[in-house]
Design a protein around this ligand. Structure first.
Ligand code: AMP
Ligand code: AMP
Length: 336
């Protein structure tokens, strides 16, 4: 039924649910693991084959082997983070996703252009520190990841807190007061259907534990800076009357992507938002691939349970799409 195709991915991020979902749909699976990190993929029995590498940078060298095995690569957050965008762009193994979108996703200015054109609300960006006239979050890029972020509320406050990091690349973003909400979508180019598969919020160190210290002690620990290093994800359900807006935003993003990077975004993607007390979604980022916030839903989410008769994780939904494309002879729509 799956004509000998195998599902392959890097052993990290969302590989467990991707490989489990693939097996549930009848595919054989391959996990590419960094030496010393293969235990979960063995222990949970999700990989039919494990290929060990010293570093994910070696993956392009495996191309011939993967093509010979009829592997389809499923990208996730570790691909760009550990292989690099050029290496991913140049991969010749069938790849589930539109690589042209990667360029839009990984360049902050292009990403904003896309989301703005889709009619979404975005936090204001301050080009110069002297323009800061409200609370802002200062985000560092690259190696610093979620570390070192800080909140400032005036140019003076900013200059005090940026000391020692003036040379790093960062963005000054309006700080939106509200709650974070990560929306997990799936768009099928075969049926033109947009699904919502779930929501999550992140569990970030140390910011999610600062509230466990009294204000008095927070003052005493003056030297503690908040950081936003993700260590886990927490499932959330959305207030139901906000669902129509969540669908509208997802649909607009897909339609706009068809204009900027034909044939457009497809498969899983995520809008990373903050929802204000006025029930407005501010989108601070898009991930044009599966996000790790879908990991709590290996047995399906409340939303996938409404739609599917069997447990449907995002990983399994990807495999289902590939299977449908193989059966309908439409793999040209989804392998890039
Ligand atoms: P890793 O393979 O864990 O090094 O992660 C690769 C990328 O995915 C990094 O940019 C991480 O910040 C991101 N990431 C990993 N796990 C999660 C998670 N549970 N939630 C959100 N983002 C994650
Ligand atoms: P990021 O590294 O962009 O994923 O941001 C890390 C965390 O900071 C997220 O989990 C959000 O909760 C929070 N955050 C990011 N951008 C904003 C913003 N503009 N306003 C308020 N909170 C934000």
């Amino acid at each position: 039924m799956v004509r000998g195709y195998k599902i392959a991915t890097l052993g990290s991020h969302t590989a467990l649910q991707i490989l489990k979902g693939a097996k549930d749909e009848g595919f054989k699976t391959i996990a590419i693991c960094k030496e010393g990190t293969e235990e979960p993929y063995k222990s949970f029995g999700v990989a039919d084959e494990i290929i060990l590498v010293k570093s994910f940078k070696e993956v392009p060298k495996l191309e011939k082997e993967l093509i010979k095995r009829k592997a389809v690569l499923i990208p996730h957050g570790s691909f760009i983070a550990h292989m690099g965008i050029d290496e991913v762009m140049n991969l010749k193994v069938p790849y589930f996703g539109n690589k042209k979108i990667l360029e839009w996703e990984s360049d902050r200015a292009m990403e904003r252009k896309w989301l703005k054109a889709a009619g979404l609300k975005l936090p204001k960006i301050f080009k110069k520190a002297s323009e800061i006239d409200r609370s802002v979050i200062v985000k560092f890029h690259g190696a610093l990841g979620g570390k070192g972020y800080f909140i400032a509320n005036s140019p003076r406050d900013f200059r005090r807190k940026i000391k020692g990091h003036e040379k790093d690349t960062y963005q000054i973003q309006e700080y939106i007061i509200g709650v974070p909400m990560y929306i997990h979508y799936f768009y099928s180019p075969i049926t033109d259907e947009l699904e919502i598969l779930g929501f999550d919020k992140r569990y970030e160190s140390n910011v999610d534990s600062l509230g466990r210290i009294s204000a008095r002690d927070q003052f005493a620990l003056e030297s503690i800076d908040p950081s936003y290093v993700v260590v886990g994800n927490v499932p959330v359900v959305l207030r139901e009357s906000l669902l129509p807006e969540a669908f509208r935003m997802g649909r607009n993003v897909v339609e706009e992507s068809k204009k900027i990077a034909p044939p457009g975004l497809f498969g899983p993607f995520c809008l990373e938002t903050v929802v204000t007390p006025n029930q407005e979604f501010y989108v601070f980022e898009i991930s044009a691939r599966i996000v790790a916030g879908t990991n709590p839903y290996i047995q399906g989410s409340p939303y996938s349970q409404l739609k599917y008769k069997e447990p449907m994780s995002t990983g399994r939904r990807i495999a289902r799409e590939i299977k449908t494309a193989i059966q309908k002879k439409k793999t040209n729509l989804i392998f890039h």
